[in-house]
Design a protein around this ligand. Structure first.
Ligand SMILES: C[S@@+](CC[C@H](N)C(=O)[O-])C[C@H]1O[C@@H](n2cnc3c(N)ncnc32)[C@H](O)[C@@H]1O
Length: 259
């Protein structure tokens, strides 16, 4: 019986070429019990074929912004990071379908990636759109937009870099602006006018489309980094190490990119 030929794909490239797993970027020592251990800093430029300013999107969901921005601005590189493996795969598939060499997604926890792995001044922008609000009091500590996040965002940003933060939760927005101000590492936030949407593709993200079609308000801000010195990278915490070990054991057939 003749051997099977290469697996057929639809139009576009291979999603696996747009997807990386955080567990595979962190050396095995990351999950070991050593509180002081810190991996070598990673320059995300290694993920892209062409050198260009890099923009990072935290929680890229299904990848509408990442793919649209990469298609509209081929002179920039776009890196998404997404906690839900299924959504990370969807984003990679979307980038592959549009053959976008300047778009990559990392499957894993953005907080851990930024805080412990990304090099200083390696990105030009950090985008956070509609981060999960974590309503329950005991889950609040999971909110991404908090003071330690802004400290680390300032560290990885180029000196003239910007954080873009949009949410549909006013209370979370105000809390995030206070957290950014408390770091002393950002200029006061600029508000961003609501863009007019002529059609379904004029929304920046899936959640923006969902929120505006429901006639709900969106709070938007851009925060430019100030020129004060940001803090250092932070070691991986014992809690994160447990999560890493768990993720690594799950990094099997279900979350591994298909070749
Ligand atoms: C409400 S959705 C918004 C998705 C997208 N930004 C949008 O506007 O359509 C929040 C996303 O952030 C992801 N997320 C939550 N915490 C995260 C983390 N620590 N690191 C990376 N992604 C995270 C969730 O899995 C989810 O896909």
């Amino acid at each position: 019986m003749p051997g099977r030929g290469p697996k057929k794909r639809g139009r576009g490239g291979d999603p696996a070429e747009h997807l990386r797993l955080l567990t595979e970027l962190l050396p095995a020592e990351a999950a070991a019990d050593d509180d002081a251990w810190l991996p070598a800093p990673l320059d995300p430029a290694v993920f892209f074929p062409e050198p260009a300013p890099i923009e990072l999107e935290v929680g890229c969901g299904k990848g509408l912004f990442l793919a649209s921005a990469a298609a509209a601005q081929p002179e920039r590189n776009y890196l998404g990071v997404e906690l839900a493996p299924g959504y990370a795969k969807l984003t990679a598939a979307r980038c592959a379908a549009r053959s976008l060499p300047n778009a990559q997604v990392i499957s894993g926890d953005a907080t851990l990636l930024i805080r412990s792995l990304l090099a200083d001044h390696c990105v030009q922008a950090v985008h956070v759109y509609f981060p999960d609000p974590w309503w329950k009091a005991r889950h609040r500590k999971r909110r991404v937009l908090c003071e330690p996040f802004f400290q680390q965002a300032a560290r990885i940003l180029a000196p003239d870099g910007t954080v873009h933060a949009w949410t549909d939760v006013e209370e979370y927005f105000l809390e995030a602006m206070e957290a950014a101000a408390a770091t002393g590492l950002f200029q006061p936030p600029r508000s961003v006018p609501e863009p007019v949407a002529q059609n379904d593709f004029d929304y920046r993200t899936h959640f923006e489309r969902r929120t505006r079609l429901a006639d709900k308000p969106v709070w938007r801000a851009e925060l430019d980094r100030s020129d004060r010195s940001p803090p250092n990278r932070q070691p991986i915490t014992p809690y994160e190490r447990i999560r890493l070990r768990t993720a690594a054991t799950k990094t099997d057939e279900s979350s591994r990119p298909t070749k």
